[in-house]
Design a protein around this ligand. Structure first.
Ligand SMILES: NC(=O)c1ccc[n+]([C@@H]2O[C@H](COP(=O)([O-])OP(=O)(O)OC[C@H]3O[C@@H](n4cnc5c(N)ncnc54)[C@H](OP(=O)(O)O)[C@@H]3O)[C@@H](O)[C@H]2O)c1
Length: 290
């Protein structure tokens, strides 16, 4: 019998890729993906019963209130989903590896190319809840935190990744404003899934940064996507984060990923390089088998 790994948030963007790619990248594990329909994670007794039933040998925790805007609008819901649920699951999983997906939004974004040892100073509710949860998770030496930033991918609902958001807006006849002074290091969901499986296999818990190898502005990202997504043509508008209204946004969340790179079975790609090499069949954001 294979050991069981539970993936929470299995109906979300990254959870879907983890479940789908497990036979390729984690064949020694039996994966039990939990969507919200399977289990509402705020229901404490139901969660405890599920953990007793599944008795997982490892947990990858992707469920979250993941949109900055939603967190800013309802800080109580953000804390419940991102801190209290995470605390509960990590406590139930105290004796096994537990990988918590966190975010570069724990940083203020003033500097960029952040390393794991850099001081985290969040500037929005989402980042604050993620940092609070990280500290609890890392209190257990068996547990890990993986900070990611901007994920390209294709979801079942078609409304999860930033590429999907852009294309949906363009299809609805809306302009897509992209800040030329906001920097990220995007990574395809397939690469994130493969890296997380590698990390679980490596058995080296701790805090890790996981992002693409190039730092691009939002505007540059849009320009690079344009040849592959004609629907965006004529819809991209160059903007500035200085004019942003809403939840505060860190300007530069590029991440230094040297630490996780040493554990990985593949080289973390840059976004532009990924787009050039992507296959014409299947999901462009999946990691190629070879
Ligand atoms: N995607 C990114 O660019 C990015 C960047 C930085 C960090 N992250 C982090 O990476 C993780 C995965 O991100 P993602 O993009 O896959 O997020 P996502 O698409 O929003 O998926 C999160 C999933 O969690 C589920 N969920 C939330 N609260 C729940 C609850 N109380 N009970 C059961 N299920 C619940 C959601 O269900 P519903 O759909 O029903 O709400 C959703 O399916 C998150 O922790 C996120 O904060 C993602």
């Amino acid at each position: 019998m294979k050991p069981v790994v539970v993936v929470t948030g299995a109906g979300g963007l990254i959870g879907q890729y983890l479940v789908r790619t497990a036979p390729r990248w984690a064949p020694d594990w039996e994966v039990r993906g939990l969507t919200r329909r399977d289990l509402e994670l705020t229901q404490v007794p139901a969660v405890e019963t599920m953990w007793e039933t599944l008795n997982p040998h490892a947990v990858i925790h992707c469920a979250a209130l993941s949109r900055t805007k939603d967190c800013e609008q309802d800080p109580g819901a953000a804390r419940l989903a991102n801190v209290l649920v995470t605390t509960h699951l990590s406590t139930l999983s105290r004796d096994v590896p537990f990988i918590f997906l966190s975010s570069g939004e724990v940083f203020d974004g003033r500097r960029g190319w952040y390393e794991e040892a850099d001081e985290a100073v969040p500037i929005n509710v989402y980042g604050r809840t993620k940092l609070e949860a990280e500290r609890i998770v890392l209190g257990n030496p068996k547990h890990s935190v993986v900070r990611i930033v901007l994920t390209a991918g294709t979801s079942a609902a078609g409304d999860r990744s930033f590429v999907e958001d852009m294309c949906r807006a363009a299809r609805a006849g809306k302009d897509v404003r992209l800040y030329a002074d906001e920097f990220r290091c995007p990574l395809p969901a397939g690469a994130i899934a493969r890296a997380v499986w590698d990390l679980l296999g490596a058995g080296r818990p701790g805090l890790y940064h996981l992002g693409g190898s190039d730092r691009l502005s939002r505007w540059e990202i849009g320009e690079k996507l344009l040849p592959y997504y004609p629907v965006l043509s004529g819809r991209l508008i160059r903007g500035s984060g200085r004019d942003h209204v809403g939840a505060p946004r860190p300007a530069d969340l590029s991440l230094c990923c040297d630490k996780i790179q040493t554990l990985l079975s593949f080289r973390l790609p840059g976004f532009a390089q990924w787009l050039e090499r992507r296959g014409s069949d299947g999901d462009p954001w999946d990691y190629p088998a070879s």
